[in-house]
Design a protein around this ligand. Structure first.
Ligand code: ADP
Length: 487
């Protein structure tokens, strides 16, 4: 029986978040606790984490030369959530302002290899029993930042089973081969059948090669990543390992995301009182300087502003959206050119297009609670969370038919509408024209209430919590452990 699992990640909600990874890593411990598994998380000692965990116990002083930094491993409980966190407190590596991955200019921190190799190495030390009071049976790493974990585990704690989860295969953490020695990697494994990736060190590749079991965050993405179109060079390896590779759709935290008692909304509501959303819509229209008009369908976007997320397609379609009598409210950050283009669109269409360039958790809730629909026209999407929040909030998702978007949103075609199972709208094709057609379909459905309300309330009654996923992870942990015992 699996009782103890160590989760290793570079971000964790509510302490440090740049995207969906943090939401998942922050929610898993609670979900696993519900089925009798104690999950602790190992995270970097960023300022935000050290400040939030006030009472910490020192577990170990790591040797002075720990990846060129003085480091200490501490254990603390996060009061608000009860999460148990191992913190790699290494000021040289993590005590810096701003983004976990990027400097003030938006470039990768030049020592990211060292920072996240150190995190991965510390995970293996915990796997070996560094904390005398608690030892994991499973070490579960997330994304490239924890990609070297299974390899270090093989070296340091061969008895622990390892699981590796891909949250986005587009970020692979590839570094020059000269770093093999400083990163304490075994030179003999620098090979095709190892962590070598086109002559360099592939940290995500290492995770995929050495972990006992692999997962990603939706069944469709698990299939897609085995193809050249989506696998970004790792499709062959994933296809070879397909027996060990599963797709598990993320849950959402249904307490944090609950329109019935979300105190940042002007009006709370549930599937039976959708009319109350009007108050939230008006508040949003004010906030985003849009015309206060209940009859204009209000689309929102909560997103990184990148091509992955289809933001170029949105920009191409923005005049069309404004001319169709709809409105768009956007919050996001990303590429400077996208940010500027969205700001420019607001001046072209005053009262119809509103945007906030920034990152704000409260506004993201308010957008879900007051907009009529959320646009997620991603080119690829491992799972996607904003469409799940949309379902929960009656903010109808308009999505590309890829990855987790395809797995979680049922298109409102005639048959689905008739059967009452539709929960959103799929783009017919992932391009600007496909987006415009999907927007038009949404506008016309919106205008044909009560169909729209049926779609909204169907989404709101979907089971979106972590229950199902937690059981699937448990199964993966058991299987990883069993595989380890056999070999
Ligand atoms: P990804 O991790 O690829 O960025 P996801 O949909 O999986 O995409 O997760 C994005 C998460 O980040 C969601 O919780 C979403 O609400 C949040 N988010 C994205 N951009 C913003 C923003 N500008 N302000 C607030 N929350 C945001």
């Amino acid at each position: 029986m699996i009782k103890n699992v160590l989760s290793v990640a570079s971000e964790i909600f509510p302490l440090v978040k740049t995207g969906g990874l943090a939401d998942v890593v922050g929610a898993l411990p609670g979900a696993m606790a519900g089925i009798g598994i104690e999950m602790r998380s190992l995270v970097p000692g960023y300022p935000a984490i050290l400040q939030a965990i006030r009472s910490k116990k020192e577990i170990a002083e790591l040797d002075r030369e720990f990846f060129g930094a003085k480091a200490q491993l501490a254990l603390g409980e996060h009061d608000e959530t009860g999460m148990m966190l191992y913190i790699l407190d290494a000021p040289d590596l993590f005590d810096r302002p701003g983004n976990p991955y990027l400097d003030a200019e938006g470039a990768d921190w030049s020592d990211n290899h060292r920072r996240f190799a150190a995190l991965s190495y510390a995970a293996a030390l915990l796997g070996r029993g560094l904390d005398k009071g608690w030892r994991p049976q499973i070490v579960h790493g997330h994304d490239w930042q924890a990609g070297l974990t299974p390899l270090y585990c093989r070296e340091l704690c061969p008895a622990a089973a390892t699981v590796f989860t891909i949250h986005n295969i587009a970020f692979q953490g590839v570094f020059p081969a000269e770093l093999i020695e400083p990163l304490r990697l075994p030179p003999s494994d620098f090979a095709l059948m190892g962590y070598e990736y086109h002559g360099q060190i592939g940290t995500m590749k290492a995770g995929l090669f050495y972990a006992d079991k692999l997962t990603t965050v939706s069944p469709t993405y698990a299939r897609e990543t085995q193809t050249p179109e989506f696998g970004m060079g790792l499709e062959g390896l994933l296809h070879t390992r397909r027996q060990d590779f599963a797709g598990i759709v993320n849950g959402i935290d249904t307490d944090i995301w609950n329109p019935a008692n979300d105190d940042v909304l002007s009006a709370t509501y549930d599937a039976k009182s959708l009319g109350k959303r009007a108050v939230n819509k008006t508040a949003l229209q004010r906030r985003f300087a849009l015309q206060e008009d209940q009859n204009s369908p209000l689309f929102c976007i909560v997103s990184r502003l990148t091509e992955q997320k289809g933001m170029d397609m949105v920009l191409d379609s923005i005049d069309h959206i404004a001319q169709s009598g709809a409105q768009l409210a956007l919050i996001g950050t990303g590429a400077r050119a996208f940010e500027e283009a969205f700001i420019q669109a607001t001046t072209r269409h005053p009262g119809k297009i509103g945007c906030i360039i920034g990152y704000d958790e409260v506004i993201s809730h308010q957008l879900q609670g007051g907009s009529d629909a959320i646009l997620v026209p991603s080119r690829f999407e491992p799972c996607g969370l904003t469409q799940l929040y949309g379902l929960r909030y009656g903010c109808v998702p308009v999505v590309s038919r890829v990855g987790g978007l395809a797995d979680t949103v049922i298109d409102a075609n005639d048959a689905a509408l008739e059967d009452g199972v539709a929960t959103g709208i799929h783009l017919g094709s992932i391009d600007s024209q496909g987006l415009r057609q999907a927007v038009d379909r949404a506008v016309s459905l919106y205008r044909s209430n009560p169909k729209w309300q049926t779609i909204q309330s169907r989404g709101m009654t979907r089971e979106l919590g972590w229950g199902k996923a937690a059981k699937r992870y448990q199964g993966i942990y058991e299987a990883a452990f069993a595989a380890k015992s056999i070999t």
